[in-house]
Design a protein around this ligand. Structure first.
Ligand SMILES: Nc1ncnc2c1ncn2[C@@H]1O[C@H](COP(=O)(O)OP(=O)(O)OP(=O)(O)O)[C@@H](O)[C@H]1O
Ligand SMILES: [Mg+2]
Length: 390
């Protein structure tokens, strides 16, 4: 089970760092009969918007009635089923809270759904809670003016760390404190992201001896994979991989390995298509040394793979390390280095390339000489390789 779900607060007291927002929602419910009909909780991801809506219902003994994208797309259903259900209060039915989650992601609102929603707000007999990341688009202006606005703030780093430690204690698991610090900083206010990272790390091969460097590297890549696979594509995504401490080629292997874990059918096809295009550019970069193509390889891997899905994805996915291919690739990398050195050597000495490869163990001792290094024009990487080989 995903820890994000397992540790989703059920009561107001369990919600961390959002006291002001919680108070405003409580007041909104209390004054509903005299005040506004709708409240909009907006702010960055993983800060408790959806949670607050559910907890509010839970604590006031109401049932959540969630209007989703497909309801708002279907005008007849809206008019014939939903309107009557929400306009009339029956004596038998339970008290309700209407939730419209992630309203900024509902594309149906562009096509008439919005006016239907505004009408509902006018007539509703039940409080409406709306959530969004960004509510400042011009098209939401009529919605804003009918609703109370409550901004949720990013959760502060120290508090995220406390939440993580709390969870580890309950799970009876141990994760090195420096990794917890890394996770909390990287989350940048997003509790969901932090908990997901934590679960990934805690469930890793965890054989006692934690290699912190390795683990921190994994936090990076898991974090990036999660943004690409789960979130809606956005422009910032195009430079996402710059902050991952890994080569683009290695990142590509991670994406390749994990696409099927997240995408199905048409999405799967589109994602592999994007990947194959990234691969084409990779080939051009290697063959023709067109390094400026890196930007395209990068965009296909991040934005295009992300845009392969129809909508945002929820839930926890346990991404896999691409072990087999990764090993093959690293071997190839190693061999490739050996090959370029052998090539340079054979050019200079006029022995065959094959022979240079075969005799490499002997040759390398000759090549290590600083004068020879200069004469062969070995680059830094090749020198580093020679130094490691023994
Ligand atoms: N304020 C909080 N206190 C404690 N846990 C939280 C809080 N906010 C989020 N969480 C944790 O993060 C998870 C996700 O939170 P939630 O679904 O409420 O985020 P959200 O603000 O709706 O994000 P999004 O914008 O992506 O929909 C929760 O299940 C819970 O585990
Ligand atoms: Mg939400």
């Amino acid at each position: 089970m995903s820890w994000v779900e397992k540790y989703r607060p059920r009561k107001f007291v369990e919600i961390r760092g959002q006291n002001l927002a919680v108070e405003k929602v409580q007041n909104f419910i209390r004054n509903f009969k005299f005040g506004r009909k709708a409240i909009i909780l907006y702010g960055p991801p993983g800060t408790g918007k959806t949670t607050i809506a559910h907890v509010t219902a839970n604590e006031s003994g109401a049932e959540i009635f969630e209007l989703n994208a497909s309801d708002l797309r279907d005008a007849t259903k809206m008019q014939e089923v939903l309107r009557p259900a929400l306009e009339q209060k029956s004596l038998v039915s339970k008290w309700k809270i209407i939730l419209i989650d992630e309203v900024d992601g509902i594309s149906a609102l562009d096509r008439g759904g919005l006016s239907e929603l505004l009408y509902l707000i006018e007539k509703a007999q039940y409080p409406i809670i709306i959530t969004a990341n960004d509510i400042w688009d011009k098209k939401f202006s009529p919605l804003r003016s009918k609703s109370e606005l409550v901004q949720l703030k990013e959760i502060e780093y120290g508090m995220i760390k406390e939440i993580l430690i709390d969870i580890l204690r309950k799970e009876r698991k141990f994760v090195d404190i420096s990794i917890l610090t890394n996770i909390s900083l990287k989350a940048r206010g997003d509790i969901r992201a932090a908990i997901n990272d934590l679960q990934t790390i805690a469930y890793g091969d965890g054989k006692g001896e934690v290699q912190i460097e390795e683990r921190n590297k994994e936090v990076d890549i898991f974090h990036a994979l999660r943004s690409v696979f789960k979130e809606n594509p956005k422009n910032e995504m195009m430079t996402l991989f710059d902050s991952v401490n890994m080569s683009l080629d290695e990142i590509m292997l991670w994406i390749e390995e994990n696409i099927p874990a997240e995408y199905q059918k048409e999405e799967l096809m589109k994602a592999y298509d994007a990947l194959s295009r990234a691969d084409v550019f990779k080939g051009r970069i290697y063959k023709q040394q067109y390094w400026r193509f890196l930007i395209y390889q990068n965009i296909f891997l991040s934005y295009a793979v992300s845009a392969a899905k129809r909508e945002k994805k929820a839930g926890f996915t346990s991404y896999k390390k691409p072990t087999r291919i990764l090993k093959m690739w690293m071997n190839n990398q190693k061999n490739a280095m050996k090959k370029t050195i052998a090539q340079k050597y054979s050019n200079l000495t006029h022995i065959g390339e094959k022979r240079a490869m075969r005799d490499f163990p002997i040759i390398k001792n000759i090549i290590r000489n600083p004068d020879t290094i200069k004469e062969l024009r070995l680059n830094d990487e090749e020198v580093a390789y020679l130094e490691k080989e023994n």
